[in-house]
Design a protein around this ligand. Structure first.
Ligand code: SAH
Length: 323
């Protein structure tokens, strides 16, 4: 699909589409929640699978919601858009008088619309203010604000933990030196140049040296990892019996949370405590449909390089849920 918005043409190919639809099994009909509707690729496939299927599409980006609503208008009232954080899934459904979805999907991360919009500040391919908020109307701090306000140690931690960047300390130190000299880093190009300098002249770069730092800041700005485990549990609890939950993650920190939470909800006790009593809250609420995550095949990676780090996990809610 090509969405023309804000002067850009942003094709966004839904990742692992066929596999995701197989797990969600929307041909059964009923309510499906697309927690990250983006440009509506997955939602469209869900709606096409049966006339008895309805979709509530959540996104915290109003530009994405506009594009998805336009694309999915052909389905009339079978598609509804909700501007929200999917971590408030329960409230979103209550507010519109819905409950017990037959399927919930979360395709985490950024859309091409966000990544390819010069003004949004997600990419060092364009010179722009360092914004990176998925919801620019949120009033929350931008990436530039974080670089201006956070202590050096905190910046280093974010860049190391969320970006797995070896030069995190040096990058954080230089960012802070810049602001102390009255020259704060406020644009994508300034940050990309600083990170490239910190990386030094190396052999050939496999990826641009700023990739990891940009990813780390994006995760911090959008609180991407906070409340993820809780979200999975909420989604599973809301599902109707035999309902399906599918999640696509794009980096190892996200996938680890998904893996652990889905295992716990399938009854696998992960207590490290070696006590007699389980304290991790393992319960048998779902059957895992993926022992290992499903990843894109080479064809998909070739046609859609952004799919390369995608990992899909899915589960089915048990008809009779234990506690
Ligand atoms: N599956 C979509 C693409 C999704 S891209 C398609 O086929 O077109 C991921 C989307 O999730 C982005 O639009 C982003 O704004 C949204 N998003 C990320 N985190 C979110 C959150 N916590 N709450 C709501 N939407 C979120």
């Amino acid at each position: 699909m090509v969405a023309s918005l804000g002067g850009i043409d942003a094709p966004h190919r839904p990742v692992l589409l066929r596999e995701t639809i197989e797990f969600l099994a929307p041909e059964r009909g009923g309510l499906f929640v697309d927690c990250t509707v983006g440009l509506g690729g997955h939602s469209e496939a869900i709606l096409e699978s049966s006339n008895d299927t309805r979709v509530v599409g959540i996104d915290r980006d109003t530009a994405a919601l506009r594009a998805a609503s336009e694309r999915l208008s052909k389905f009339g009232s079978r598609f509804r858009a909700a501007h929200a954080d999917y971590k408030n899934l329960e409230r979103v459904l209550t507010d519109i008088g819905e409950s017990s979805p037959a399927g919930v999907l979360a395709d985490l991360g950024v859309s091409s619309l966000q990544f390819d919009s010069p003004a949004r500040g997600f990419s060092f391919r364009f010179d722009a203010p360092l914004d990176m908020r998925m919801d620019p109307d949120s009033g929350e701090p931008t990436a530039a604000d974080l670089l201006l306000e956070l202590p050096e140690e905190e910046l280093a931690r974010i860049i190391f933990e969320y970006g797995e960047e070896r030069n995190s300390r040096r990058i954080a130190k230089w960012i802070v030196e810049h602001r102390e000299h009255g020259e704060p880093i406020t644009t994508t190009t300034q940050l990309a140049d600083l990170v490239a300098r910190a990386a030094g002249k190396k052999k050939r770069w496999q990826i641009h040296p700023a990739t990891r730092t940009f990813q780390a800041l994006r995760i911090a700005v959008n609180h991407e990892l906070e409340g993820l485990a809780r979200f999975v549990e909420t989604a599973v609890d809301l599902l109707q019996p035999d309902g399906r939950f599918a999640v696509i993650s794009f980096h190892s920190l996200e996938d680890r949370i998904m893996k652990q939470e889905l295992r716990r909800l399938s009854g696998y006790c992960q207590c490290q405590s070696r006590r007699d009593v389980c304290t991790c809250g393992a319960r048998r609420a779902v059957e895992l449909l993926t022992r290992r995550p499903v990843t894109p095949d080479q064809d998909e990676i070739d046609t859609n390089p952004r799919s390369r780090s995608a990992k899909l996990r899915a589960c089915r809610k048990l008809i009779s849920v234990g506690s």
